[in-house]
Each structure stands twice: as structure tokens, then as C-alpha cells.
Design a binder for this molecule. Structure first.
Ligand code: TXA
Ligand code: MG
Length: 346
């Protein structure tokens, strides 16, 4: 069975550190989402991550470190941008992709010659990393394809019985995963929007390219445009998701209309609403994400609310889109994936 530790357990860190040293799996909180950790340099241990999550073997993992000094062991060369970025954003929700050293097993990096590294900003994560003195590979601690876990209970639901231990550190703060940026080419490239915004990156680096897949996602109108090229199902609750984007008031009207139609057909309907529009809806099960003016609250609530509908028997979740600016870029990226690119623009 899976051992569940909480922060009152004095031995949590030392016991979980031993599990990692012995090649086992430990789920732990970070400031973004819960991670599922294994010794990044132990191919057999890392293989267990892929098995537990049902993760495709070519999807590379993020390696977590407790201090900048651990980087040299993992990467061939440390470009100048690393100092600029780590000074400003580490510890924090930023992941850097760099050329890897031989010592890092292929399985950790999905067969790539690059490695993704981050230094997380969470006491439990840092205590664990410091204690075991290992680089720890940790994807989000969900079953592949499900919303990332922001509560220990989400990890129990997805991975209970499949991993050695879970440390319960309460709800994670940021709620969406780290920003992933590649420093392998001449120009830095944003590979995944996340907790550090694109604007923040450009303040430090100047120009930053946006990966073509991330861009295509922003511009796609509906799922037929993208589905064939998209490799993995992602962030999906049990119900179908439809994302409605546009001006706030028009969104409210469209979702009301859709909800009425689906209800008339006998479906159970959930709505993920912004605070501004929430009183507008009189039918369906409404969950409030937060205010349009406070995207950090919406990102903190996002995955928990997506999962909350699993227990309420809804068939369809209608979600209000928000701005693409700031944290909105990461929020909209996750919501578009959760919707399988079923996006309606109004
Ligand atoms: O906030 C986070 O990043 C969380 C916490 C646990 O740290 N972790 C996380 O891991 O979100 P995961 O596995 O769910 O997402 C890792 C992302 C994937 O999009 C993967 O493709 C990308 O990082 N990635 C990892 N290594 C890479 C590499 N060498 N080159 C390009 N992308 C890479
Ligand atoms: Mg993930």
C-alpha cells in the first residue's frame, strides 16, 4: 500500500528520502502541483514513474534540484542566461531545458539529449531534495491524461496503491505547472507557459521565441484544426469539456444558451464561471474559479475544480475563457487541452 505522511509526521522527510534512495516513488507537494518523484539518475526507479502514471515513454521528465550547484553534474554547459534566470526566478516555477550529460539516463529525458531542470519553491520539496541529496525526476503526480494534482487527495485518487508514499502538504499555491523554456538553441524558446509569465521572461532575456505548437494552440479555432497533431490527451476530467472564449458578457450569454440546450436534452451540466459572471447562471452546477482581475486565484483553483465535477455526475462542463495575458496564457493553454480543443469563440 501507499504510505500517507502529513507535516506533523516528524519522520516524513527522512523516511521518504530513504524511499527515494532505495529506488522507490514518493509524491510530494511543490509550489505548482504535486510531483511524483524518483531518483533521476536511477533508470529503474524512473521507469516506475512511467508505469505508475501510464505515461508514454517519449514524454521527458523534469529533474528537480535543491541548489544551483547540483546543475553542473547534470548539464554539459551552463549558458549565461541560466544565471540571469536563476537569480530572478529560482526557487520558483521555471524549468530550464539544457544539454544533458551522459550520467543522466535516457529514460529520464525521453531519449532526448537535453534535460529539463528546476529548483522548486516549496519547503517540503526542498527539505526532501536536501535530505536525499539526489536530483529527483518528478512529473505531475496524476495518471497520464488527468488534471494535475493540487491536493494530496488527488494523488491518492489517481496513484493510491501504485506508489510507495505521498507527503500531504495541503493545497499547492500556483496551481498550474512551471513554465518550460529551452536554452539549447541560440534564441530562448518558450515550450510550455506556466507559473512564470512570458512577460517576466522577456524582462530578463529580451526576445523569447514561442514554440510553434504553443502558438498553434492559441490560434486554433476548433479541435479538427489540431487534434491529429496533438500527441496526448491532457488535463481531462471524466466529463466532456467545452471552452467558450471572448468578451465576458458574450461568454455568459453563450454558456447560458448551451447549458439550456444540453439540459433540455437530458444531460447534467457543470459550469466553471468567473466571479463576475457567476450570478448570471440559473441552471447547471456552477463552480466559481475566481475573478477575471485575479488570474492567480483562477490558476490556483483550476485543476481542483476540473476534478470536482468527477464526483458530481455531470456529462458536460462549460468553461469560461479568460484573458491570454500574464498567467492567463498558462490557464488558457491548460483549458484548451482539457477541452480537447473544443473551443467556441463568441
Ligand atoms: O510544475 C511542474 O513543472 C511540475 C512539478 C511537479 O515540478 N512538473 C510537471 O512535470 O509539470 P510534467 O512531466 O507533468 O511536465 C513536464 C513538461 C512536459 O511538457 C515535457 O514535455 C517537458 O516538461 N520537458 C521535459 N523535459 C524536456 C526536454 N528535455 N525538452 C523539452 N521539453 C521537456
Ligand atoms: Mg503533467
Amino acid at each position: 500500500g501507499t504510505r500517507l505522511f502529513n507535516l506533523d509526521d516528524r519522520n516524513a522527510i527522512s523516511e521518504c528520502s530513504s524511499i527515494l534512495t532505495d529506488g522507490g516513488l514518493v509524491a510530494f507537494p511543490t509550489e505548482t502541483v504535486y510531483g511524483l518523484g524518483a531518483n533521476a539518475l536511477d533508470a529503474e526507479a524512473v521507469n516506475k514513474i512511467f508505469t505508475a502514471k501510464g505515461r508514454p515513454a517519449d514524454n521527458p521528465l523534469i529533474v528537480h534540484i535543491a541548489s544551483l550547484s547540483q546543475l553542473d553534474k547534470l548539464v554539459l554547459k551552463v549558458p549565461n542566461q541560466v544565471k540571469l534566470l536563476s537569480d530572478r526566478f529560482w526557487p520558483g516555477p521555471l524549468t530550464l531545458v539544457l544539454k544533458k550529460k551522459e550520467i543522466v539516463p535516457d529514460i529520464t529525458t525521453g531519449g532526448l539529449d537535453t534535460i529539463a531542470v528546476r529548483l522548486p519553491d516549496h519547503k517540503v520539496a526542498l527539505d526532501l531534495l536536501n535530505r536525499c541529496q539526489l536530483p529527483v525526476a518528478a512529473p505531475s503526480a496524476n495518471l497520464s491524461g488527468r488534471p494535475s494534482p493540487t491536493l494530496a487527495q488527488h494523488v491518492v485518487t489517481d496513484l493510491g496503491g501504485r506508489i510507495e508514499a505521498i507527503i500531504d502538504g495541503g493545497q499547492t499555491g500556483v496551481g498550474v505547472e512551471s513554465t518550460v523554456i529551452s536554452l539549447v538553441e541560440d534564441r530562448p524558446t518558450l515550450l510550455r507557459p506556466g507559473g512564470i509569465t512570458y512577460q517576466e521572461l522577456t524582462e530578463v532575456l529580451g526576445e523569447v521565441d514561442i514554440d510553434s505548437a504553443v502558438k498553434a494552440e492559441l490560434e486554433s479555432e476548433n479541435k479538427s484544426a489540431l487534434a491529429p497533431g496533438m500527441k496526448y490527451k491532457h488535463y481531462s476530467p471524466e466529463a466532456d469539456v467545452i471552452l467558450v472564449e471572448g468578451e465576458a458578457e458574450r461568454i455568459a450569454h453563450k454558456i447560458t444558451k448551451l447549458a439550456d440546450e444540453y439540459l433540455a436534452e437530458g444531460y447534467q451540466v457543470g459550469i466553471m464561471a468567473t466571479e463576475e459572471n457567476s450570478n448570471f447562471y440559473t441552471a447547471g452546477q456552477v463552480q466559481v474559479m475566481g475573478s477575471r482581475d485575479k488570474l492567480s486565484v483562477i490558476s490556483a483553483n483550476l485543476f481542483r475544480l476540473l476534478r470536482s465535477f468527477d464526483d458530481s455526475g455531470v456529462d458536460i462542463i462549460l468553461i469560461e475563457g479568460v484573458s491570454n495575458q500574464g498567467l492567463g496564457l498558462a490557464i488558457m493553454n491548460r483549458l484548451r487541452k482539457a477541452a480537447g480543443y473544443q473551443v467556441i469563440r463568441v
